[in-house]
Design a protein around this ligand. Structure first.
Ligand code: PMP
Ligand code: GLN
Length: 382
């Protein structure tokens, strides 16, 4: 069989979660909460099912939900997207990103990705027949290197993928970063796919800066988010994409033949729940406390902490650990950590096409405090 994705195996998140389950390790690997969502959200969905919202919704999504998304984006980022033609509800951000790529990337087109990047991006580009052009974030700081981004643009460049808050590095883009990108893209036709799934997880004193805020970017951008992250329901797989009408028209051509539409009762429940902004307004304080708990514990170890400005991830450098296993490649170190220490983590090398190893691994702190304490107890000896 000639395979389409010869280099792709099973995603690292599934691999590490399976190993954690098998070995009884505390799972700080795959990013998902180990606590439940707000019962009011479950009630809203249950009521939607009981009210008979169980058949296909309109292809782009339940109108009330698109309306609620439009209103929120306008308040937070100052741009009005038309719910009729500029917002689509997707089966999570994963499907939104793949669909955006399939909708615009043609055979041979180049798409710039900033490495390390989420593991679906490059295979998505390849499925579209495109060529991923990796530009590294600056080693150490994970800041964008705009000179290298500008230098990577060619007449074949179709799009650039940006992710802020960033998985895995937990860094964020500030307005200045977007302005630099806007300046670089201004003379080009390059499209932007902005993955903002962690938009509500940015920690004081910072605030999330969305590509939607910048005219010159929004005009060429698909802006992607996910309810899974914001409302602790990663298993529901409901996301959003906002884009100007001409781009959204192309997006929906693919979306309708990809999933057609997304489960109805969840959309109704989410629309009702979104009327209250408190859940997402309270999210930064909620997660900052978890981040600080994990950081305070790790400070007692030889792990070197990197900043965690946004997302629910904390990266650490393993090179100063007192154990000989610190010299293993990151992926093998994570297997050892899971099996022998009892804590699962994700190697950063999994986010690089060439497996670049910089002695850094990622922990997820979207966990109950007891879970974080249990992990810290096991990590204490390192
Ligand atoms: N992009 C990034 C950066 C992510 O971390 C994730 C979730 N792990 C996704 C996209 C996918 O989100 P969803 O679960 O809504 O498909
Ligand atoms: N985005 C999550 C992470 O980075 C995992 C999502 C998945 O397993 N596909 O851990």
């Amino acid at each position: 069989l000639q395979t389409k994705l010869p280099k792709v195996g099973t995603t690292i998140f599934s691999v590490m979660s399976a190993l954690a389950a098998e070995t009884g390790a505390v799972n700080l690997g795959q990013g998902f909460p180990d606590f439940d969502c707000d019962p009011r959200l479950v009630d809203a969905v249950t009521e939607a099912m009981r009210a008979g919202h169980n058949q296909y919704p309109p292809m782009p999504g339940v109108p009330e939900l698109r309306q609620a998304v439009a209103d929120k984006v306008q308040v937070l980022y100052g741009r009005r997207y038309d719910p009729a033609g500029e917002i689509t509800i997707t089966a999570g951000a994963t499907q939104a990103i793949l669909t955006a790529i399939l909708a615009v990337v043609r055979a041979g087109d180049e798409v710039i990705v900033l490495e390390p990047c989420y593991d679906s991006y490059v295979p998505n580009i390849e499925l579209a027949g495109g060529v991923a052009v990796p530009v590294p974030l600056m080693p150490g700081s994970f800041r964008p290197d705009f000179d290298r981004i500008a230098a990577a643009i060619t007449p074949r460049t179709r799009a650039i993928l940006v992710n802020t808050p960033h998985n895995p590095s937990a860094t964020i883009w500030q307005a200045d970063d977007w302005l630099r990108l806007q300046e670089i893209l201004a003379p080009t036709d390059v499209l932007l796919i902005s993955d903002e799934v962690y938009e509500h997880m940015v920690y004081a004193p910072n605030r999330h800066s969305s590509a939607a805020t910048f005219d010159g970017l929004a005009a060429r951008a698909f802006i992607v988010s996910s309810f899974g992250k914001t409302y602790h329901v990663t298993g529901w797989k409901v996301g959003t994409v906002c884009a100007p009408a001409p781009l959204m028209t192309e997006f929906r051509k693919v979306h309708q033949f990809n999933v057609f539409t997304v489960n109805t009762p969840m959309q109704h429940g989410l629309a009702r729940y979104m009327a209250d902004p408190q859940p997402y307004l309270q999210l930064p304080a909620f997660y900052a406390a978890k981040r600080d708990l994990l950081r305070a514990g790790l400070e007692q170890t030889r792990f070197r902490l990197l900043p965690s400005e946004g997302s629910y991830f904390q990266c650490v450098d393993i090179s100063g650990l007192a154990v000989p296993e610190r010299d293993l490649p990151e992926d093998q170190f994570c297997l050892w950590l899971t099996r022998e220490v009892g804590v699962a983590a994700i190697p950063l090398s999994a986010f690089y096409g060439n497996g670049f190893d910089q002695r850094v691994i990622r922990f997820c702190y979207a966990k109950r405090d007891e879970t974080l304490h249990a992990a810290l107890k096991r990590l204490a000896r390192l």
